[in-house]
Design a protein around this ligand. Structure first.
Ligand SMILES: [Cu+2]
Length: 130
């Protein structure tokens, strides 16, 4: 009888341990799915995501000398082309950015730099370097 009780107590201990582990794992999973800068869910500093056929953030102000990185998070091809709709100004052009493709440009002069996607011209963004 005593042995039975002992094993029951041990079993209960394992149950509690399993519960603690399960809660811990679910908490960890919960945290990792929460959007955080530079991770899944939100662009990091000096990062612009091409997501849902839009630039996110659509406008960004950076210090002169900053390299801005664009990352295509969509499942379609986009590009990052400086200029305004239908009128590229030749300052920078990523060419075709495939899903997960990246493009970087270093803003060495102050100014306002509009850009768009020539495939989906409603996709527009602006970088202000100052
Ligand atoms: Cu596009």
């Amino acid at each position: 009888m005593r042995a039975f009780h002992a094993s029951l107590a041990a079993e209960r201990r394992y149950c509690i341990l399993a519960l603690v582990v399960a809660v811990g794992v679910s908490l960890l999973c919960g945290c990792s799915s929460h959007p955080r800068a530079g991770e899944e869910g939100a662009p990091g500093p000096n990062e612009v995501w091409l997501e849902h056929h839009a630039f996110m953030p659509a406008s960004m102000t950076v210090p002169v000398g900053t390299t801005v990185i664009w990352i295509n998070k969509d499942r379609t091809i986009h590009n990052v082309t400086s200029g305004v709709r239908w009128t590229p100004d030749g300052i920078f052009a990523s060419g075709s950015l495939w899903p997960n493709g990246k493009f970087g440009y270093t803003f060495k002069k102050p100014g306002t730099f509009p850009y768009y996607c020539t495939i989906h011209s409603h996709m527009e963004g602006t970088i202000v370097a100052q």
